[in-house]
Ligand binder design. Structure first.
Ligand code: NAD
Length: 511
């Protein structure tokens, strides 16, 4: 292969052992633009067939996903180094999403006929209709290579949009496999994948009509600026630093188990993973002991189809190095490790780690770690826990642990986060009727949330249609006439004004 050819390819590696698992093109902006032109050609027909026919295609894709789930999970593992346990959830979650959107889209996209706001408007039939943005660009990160694509592509497709996905350069193979599936079922060519790095992502932002981005806050802000220049609408799902609050009346064993899972699932590489824990003083020691014991028992490794491990590799060496830096800095500043604490030296694995004696001056509390670490802080009471939990640039989600469910909900309402789960982690992620969106630096807009989750990919169109036979002219049409204006203005005043101001002057009105 010549040097020039090498430059336009990206090598994909399994971070668990460094082996090369695939290659994809590093696409140019011209290639992206050509793909978008092609999608534009076929999108009107996709929109025209309506939600029921689109649902049929999505159910065929669902069949394909189920039929190929073992192979797809192999692909996910091969580019992420995940355990089988972490990887095998991606296909069933996509299957679940397809049913939700395919079943509900027609209802969510129905035209609406709002009542006119004034009796003067009764001469018109008002129609509010949802028309898709023709081409939606979806740019994804590397933590759930198949699911991140499905999260947003499925509602966009059901809305009637054509979709172009730009997967992470670290994990493009799952998205490519999904596009192969779309072609294999013989579906219309309105779903495509362009592989490449940041420049390919930039080209997608330039070429599409709506951008759905999931990734870091830094890239999200760059995309928002680019979209601002072209007035392209966008939605951003960005980073997080999710707090957990453990109140003194919590079931400590459950809280520790839930926080271990919520902090370490997918090696902590989940935007909504628990990244800091505030524990009320009376139960602090018991909680730290329970959490440490549970985390210490976790098995770490690379298991193929074996289901032998709980914790897999980090997706990249760079990500592992961030985790190492956060732990080392914290320890240098006085934090203590109760279990874990270092890279294993094999692949990109980093031991599941619990840190105590940490504070808000440390990077492990103020920056997103996106790794298998759980820093724990002791707090005096609920008020201090809430104050510290809210002391972050991020506001993605949070958890509250208490036996008093009313108190849990009350504390939830005090938190500056787009979602709060009481006595559980990730529950909101699998509640498609709820919006999943970040506050503050964690994003703009939201995915899902019932009808809003599909309407976000649409433009609202207002249509007025006469209800009565047309006169030759409407009252306000030219030529200008004082008399006709007085009639119209008088009617408006009579309908909308208050008291004597409703009446014209000659009837004693005041104005
Ligand atoms: P990243 O921002 O580095 O990259 C994300 C994607 O953007 C990649 O496909 C990349 O190629 C592309 N990209 C990079 N520069 C671009 C540009 N200028 N224009 C257009 N596209 C560009 O993020 P990452 O490291 O892949 O993912 C980790 C981050 O994603 C974490 O911060 C995590 O919290 C966040 N995340 C958020 C959610 C959520 O739903 N809120 C979900 C998963 C991950």
């Amino acid at each position: 292969m010549s040097t020039a050819e090498q430059q336009v390819e990206i090598e994909v590696r399994n971070p668990a052992d460094g082996s090369v698992t695939g290659r994809v093109p590093d696409e140019s902006s011209a290639s992206v633009a050509a793909t978008v032109r092609e999608l534009r050609l076929f999108q009107p027909e996709w929109e025209a067939i309506g939600p029921d026919k689109r649902a049929e295609w999505l159910f065929r894709l669902q069949d394909w996903l189920i039929d190929n789930s073992d192979e797809l999970t192999d692909v996910v593992q091969s580019e992420t180094g995940k355990t089988r346990y972490d990887a095998e959830i991606e296909v069933p979650a996509a299957v679940n999403l397809i049913k939700y959107w395919a079943r509900n889209a027609a209802k969510f996209l129905l035209d609406e006929h709002p009542a006119p706001h004034s009796p003067l408007g009764r001469t018109k039939r008002l129609v509010k209709t949802y028309r898709p943005h023709p081409v939606v660009g979806i740019i994804t990160p590397w933590n759930f290579p198949l699911l991140n694509v499905c999260f947003d592509a499925l509602p966009a497709l059901m809305a009637g949009a054509a979709v172009l996905v730009k997967p992470s350069e670290v994990t493009p193979l799952s998205a490519v496999a999904l596009a192969r599936g779309w072609a294999e079922i013989g579906a219309p060519p309105i779903f495509a994948v362009s592989t490449g790095r940041g420049d390919t992502g930039r080209a997608v932002v330039e070429a599409v009509d709506y951008v759905q981005f999931t990734g870091s806050t830094k890239t999200g802000k760059a995309i928002a600026a680019a979209c601002g220049a072209t007035l392209t609408p966008y939605s951003l799902e960005l980073g997080g630093k999710d707090p957990a609050i453990v109140l003194a009346d919590a079931d400590i064993e459950r809280a520790a188990a839930g926080i271990a899972y919520g902090g370490l699932f997918n090696s902590g590489q989940v935007c909504i993973s628990i990244e800091r824990v505030y524990v009320e003083a009376p139960v602090y020691d018991e909680f730290v002991t329970s959490l440490t014991e549970q985390v210490r028992k976790l098995r770490q490794g690379h298991d193929g189809r074996g289901f032998a491990f709980d914790i897999g590799a980090m997706a990249t060496e760079a990500q592992r190095d961030i985790v190492a830096r956060h732990v080392e800095q914290a320890v240098a500043a006085g934090a203590r490790i109760t279990t874990g604490g270092k890279a294993t030296g094999v692949g990109t694995f980093f031991e599941p780690t619990v840190l105590v004696d940490v504070d808000h001056s440390m990077a492990c509390i103020s920056e997103e770690t996106f790794g298998p670490t759980i820093p724990v802080l002791k707090v005096a009471d609920e008020d201090e826990a809430v104050r510290l939990a809210n002391d972050s640039v991020y506001g993605l989600s949070a958890t509250v642990w208490t036996r008093d469910r009313k108190r849990g909900e009350r504390v939830a309402r005090r938190l500056e986060a787009g979602a709060v789960n009481v006595n559980d982690a990730f529950a909101n992620l699998f509640s498609f009727a709820l919006p999943m969106g970040g506050w503050k630096d964690s994003g703009i807009g939201a995915r899902w949330g019932g009808a809003a989750g599909i309407r976000k990919y649409c433009r609202q169109q207002a249509i007025t249609v006469p209800r009565v036979p047309a006169m030759k002219r409407e009252l306000m049409w030219y030529p200008a006439s004082r008399g006709r204006l007085r009639v119209v203005a008088g009617l408006m005043r009579a309908l909308d004004g208050r008291g004597r101001r409703k009446l014209p002057k000659f009837l004693g009105g005041k104005r």
